[in-house]
Design a protein around this ligand. Structure first.
Ligand code: F6R
Length: 242
């Protein structure tokens, strides 16, 4: 595990973007696993900057997002499809046909999960999986549970997760109850994991995830078993690591 701590948000975002653009520079056919939420917004800005500077091209890359809400129209501003267009896809040369996000409006969600896993399998191994961290230790939307699920599946969002994400909606009632998420098996199969965490409110869960026991009560703790785990933290998020 490689942990880097940053004093400035800009430096953290720049470093994270640099790792991702570096992968695309060395392998034009890179397969990237992407995340949404508040954490990677600044990092995506630096990817767009590097792209605009001609440092990288995504023409031959393929991307797979971790998750999508169930039941939000595609053009809803808080759908992860809309988020990815706003923060990244509309600003780089990635063909949209190579940018994959689970379809939260599929008539048969179980079939959609199988379709998504087949797409990932057919693309070969994910070269880098970008992750944020939920306050309860979730990665993707793999919430704490007695048992975790390997492949893409439908998940009931934890109340804590809906509350945390209510800041993006007019009220908590509008936050969907369910999502489709990649499973922890798929996440752990990525060649490299890039976990990015910011803020004092995540300091306790960072400590549990990286130093605590490996347990399904804290899905992110499973990342400790990954051979190429890179963690980027701001000082506040790192404050309980000692
Ligand atoms: C997003 C995702 C989630 C978030 C996590 C942290 O695609 O899968 O696991 O990374 O909920 O969200 P933020 O960054 O908003 O604190």
């Amino acid at each position: 595990m490689n942990i880097l701590t940053f004093d400035s948000d800009e430096k953290l975002n720049e470093a994270g973007a640099g790792i991702i653009t570096g992968i695309v520079q060395t392998n034009r056919r890179a397969v990237l696993g992407l995340a949404t939420g508040g954490t990677p917004v600044g990092l995506y800005k630096y990817i767009v900057r590097d792209y605009e500077r001609g440092m990288c091209s995504f023409k031959n890359a393929t991307t797979f997002n971790l998750d999508e809400y169930v039941g939000l129209p595609d053009d809803h501003p808080e759908s992860y499809r809309a988020y990815m267009r706003q923060h990244l896809f509309d600003h780089i040369d990635l063909p949209i046909s190579q940018a994959h996000i689970p379809n939260g409006n599929a008539p048969d969600p179980e079939a959609e999960c199988r379709r998504y896993d087949d797409l990932i399998d057919n693309a070969g191994q994910i070269d880098l999986q970008l992750l944020g961290l939920g306050h309860n230790g979730h990665i993707g939307f793999n919430e704490p549970a007695h048992a975790l699920i390997r492949a893409t599946h439908v998940v009931e969002l934890a109340e804590e997760t809906r509350q945390a994400n209510a800041r993006f909606f007019d009220s908590i009632d509008q936050v969907p109850q369910q999502a489709l998420t990649m499973g922890v098996g798929t996440i752990l199969k990525a060649k490299m994991i890039l976990l990015v965490v910011k803020g004092a409110d995540k300091a306790d869960i960072v400590q549990r995830a990286l130093r605590g026991p490996i347990t399904t009560d804290c899905p992110a703790s499973l990342l400790q078993t990954h051979p190429h785990l890179n963690v980027l933290l701001d000082r506040a998020a790192a404050s309980r690591l000692g």
